[in-house]
Write a protein of this length. Sequence first.
Length: 323
Amino acid sequence: MIAVLKETLGRLFYILPSMPDQVQIEITNQCNLDCNMCPREDLGVEFKHMRMDLFKRIIDCLNGVRLITLTGWGEPFMHPHIFDMIEICKKKGIEVQLTTNGVFFNDSILKKIISSELDSISFSMDSLNGSSKFGHKNNDAQKNIIKLLKARNGCKPKVTIQSTLQKNGEEEIYNLIQWGSYVGIDRVNLGRLDQRFNEKLTRPSREEEKEIVIKANKLGKKCGIEVDCIHYSVGKGIQKEIYKILKNALHCFGKYCLKTYTYVYINLYGDVTPCCGLPRYKIDNILQKELKDIWHDKKFIEFREKQTEICGKCDLWNIKYLS
């Protein structure tokens, strides 16, 4: 409760924490799918795996970090050392999560996921239909999700379905929520389509989006499954209720992005950037400067002051879209 109040006050007055407690690491940009909703080819990223020796050095520099996400613009299970990476993080007492398309699976990988003590895994799905206009292989993902749910020990890893809000796609969202509840999914997370690099991608209007999220939350409560959309809610329990009331103020009325308050992205070369959407916006390198110092670096301060300008048309986490 004290931690929730402290973060709430910090966001309201934009008093930054001493350092970020969440770090996302770009361990690979290779992928077994080519989804037209994914902007990785437009972000100028190099398609390769992070070297294991570099990864070890990076983790040694992340003392004090609470959560690490082992996902870049690629499929994490394609990295030949993904489970060694999870083990290294867990030995340091760090919570670990990742996002997968759910296709790059076999029985061996399933067993390793269970024994790895991975804390959370998100599966990207946009439908229960086998074919997808975005390129997801939903049937494969469904089968592997069910296998994982049956095999996991207790509540680990926590399993999330991650889906996007598509134009005229609300029924697919509602079906995913009902199916997720039936098979034992822990959470459904809804996000916006990124239209910056593909204007042909269509998503609901502001009014339609709000209506979909309201209905999705009601359905989630009815089915007994957590439904979340970061643009409308954060956390659980009292933290979620506080955010609903104060969300405009917590975003500082559109001046600051919600995502960048406690988070940084580290790319294939160890460069620290403000966001996964800015993988080449280098602040400094984690091997050359401590994370705490990078967090308060002059360039990072300038980014925060000008982030709406730097981030351009991105509104994936921006409260202005809701105003």
